[in-house]
Design a protein around this ligand. Structure first.
Ligand SMILES: [Ca+2]
Ligand SMILES: [Ca+2]
Length: 287
């Protein structure tokens, strides 16, 4: 599945290599997949941010559309309950009352589903206030996913998007898996409910390092938006988007204990001339 394996080490890897992999995150996805096959961390349980199983929305404040939001039991990604927003434009955020909230360094997931005419759903993180936050917009008519920052309630800035190579169907759950690196890179992956990755893209912004979460639904065309099972998870097996590339270039070959070898990226490049064993030398010492 897609939420395997996080170790502290893996998290640190992402941080350590962040500055070296700023370019071409998206294009490195393929090498990331092969480069990280050697992860050896233990499976870890997702940490629940909100799964709505407590039946209330007391942790949220509504910017608008309170009347359209409720916790329902007729639809859930996990457990019995989900948040449903029906027939209104609704915006809600939570900055206190949930624990923990995602922060830079985390990978986290939100599941969503649209029914009827529901066309635009958003998941927010790094929320300082309703007018200061990051959000991922899911647009069904355009089959697009976009990453935005809004600050001081101004015009949103888009800094990442994916709009081809995948489709979005109604009445199905999809998962947004976001890796928020300490250096500001934010990698957004879209999964179907079977755990298949449909697309991935990245952006970078350093305005905030932590904050609350939230959901928006714009339902002028009617319908219902569902959200459920927001969790802090492990980085997906496809890696941190770019680190795999470094491992690959590093020529550490099968020794992928990649994780720490992270610095191995450098070690490998310097030590490449040593041939197959270069990886061993390179790891740590030269890095
Ligand atoms: Ca639930
Ligand atoms: Ca609650």
């Amino acid at each position: 599945m897609f939420e395997p394996r996080q170790t502290r080490r893996e998290a640190l890897k992402g941080i350590a290599l962040g500055g070296l992999t700023a370019v071409g995150v998206g294009s490195s996805a393929v090498s990331a997949q092969s480069g990280n096959g050697s992860q050896t961390g233990d499976d870890s349980q997702p940490v629940i941010v909100d799964d709505f199983e407590d039946g209330d929305l007391n942790e949220y404040e509504f910017d608008r559309g309170r009347s359209g939001a409720e916790v329902v039991t007729d639809q859930a990604y996990r457990g019995s309950n989900a948040l449903a927003i029906t027939g209104t434009d609704t915006e809600l955020t939570s900055t206190t009352g949930l624990d923990p909230y995602p922060r830079a360094g985390d990978t986290f997931t939100c599941w969503f589903r649209a029914s009827g005419g529901a066309d635009t759903l958003q998941f927010s993180y790094g929320v300082q206030s309703p007018g200061d936050r990051y959000y991922v917009k899911v647009n069904y008519p355009n089959e697009a996913i976009q990453l935005y920052r809004v600050r001081n309630t101004g015009s949103p800035t888009r800094y990442g998007a994916a709009n081809r190579g995948f489709t979005l169907a109604k009445d199905r759950w999809y998962g947004l898996v976001i890796t928020w690196h300490e250096d500001g890179r934010q990698i957004v992956r879209l999964y179907d409910e079977g755990g298949n990755k449909l697309t991935q893209f990245a952006g970078r912004d350093n305005t905030w390092k932590r904050g609350g979460i939230g959901y928006d639904a714009y339902l002028e065309s009617g319908g219902t938006a569902y959200f459920d099972y927001v969790t802090i998870t492990s980085p997906p097996k496809d890696g941190n988007g770019g680190n795999g590339g470094m491992n690959g270039n590093g020529g550490n070959g099968g020794n992928g204990n990649g994780g720490m070898n992270g610095n191995g990226g450098n070690g490998g490049m310097h030590g490449g001339g040593n041939g197959g064993n270069g990886g061993m030398n390179g790891n740590g010492e030269q890095g």
